[in-house]
Ligand binder design. Structure first.
Ligand code: FES
Length: 143
């Protein structure tokens, strides 16, 4: 029967993540550890599935804050169930679709710029003509 708890090194080895990343996840509240009798940090075996969910979501471009929010709805030591993962991935799928559409539109506009370099307010689709994007909020709106 496999050990119920894993050291941080074992979790790093099994997950392929650096120990520093696991500590970072813990500081962000994504995973939790306890201390064993020797006062070493240990993780319940279920942490491997949580780490997998975090990695998959990060690879899909989901911000860590959103991952933390999704995982916060689960009990601290629980493994995301099939239903949990289905619910989270559905939300993230919609976000991913929106990001892909935005980036596709940006790519299509940018294709006009290849080899041009004019950055013309009148001609370039990437230039914010008359600051028309100001109403969409602060920061870069096209990139
Ligand atoms: S740089 Fe010339 S059209 Fe964008």
């Amino acid at each position: 029967m496999p050990a119920r708890h894993l050291s941080v090194g074992q979790v790093a080895e099994r997950s392929g993540l650096p120990i520093s990343t696991l500590h970072f996840y813990e500081r962000k509240g994504l995973i939790v550890s306890t201390r064993n009798s020797a006062n070493h940090r240990v993780y319940r075996r279920e942490v491997l599935r949580r780490v997998t969910v975090i990695k998959v979501a990060q690879n899909a471009g989901v911000p860590l804050s959103e991952i933390a929010e999704a995982l916060s709805s689960l009990p601290t030591h629980s493994v995301p169930s099939t239903e949990d993962w289905a619910r989270m991935s559905e939300v993230w799928h919609d976000d991913l679709t929106r990001r892909i559409e935005t980036l596709t539109a940006l790519r299509d506009k940018m294709s006009m710029c290849i080899g041009c370099g004019c950055l013309s307010v009148k001609r370039c689709p990437l230039v914010n003509e008359n600051d028309h994007l100001a109403g969409e909020g602060p920061g870069a709106r096209l990139l």
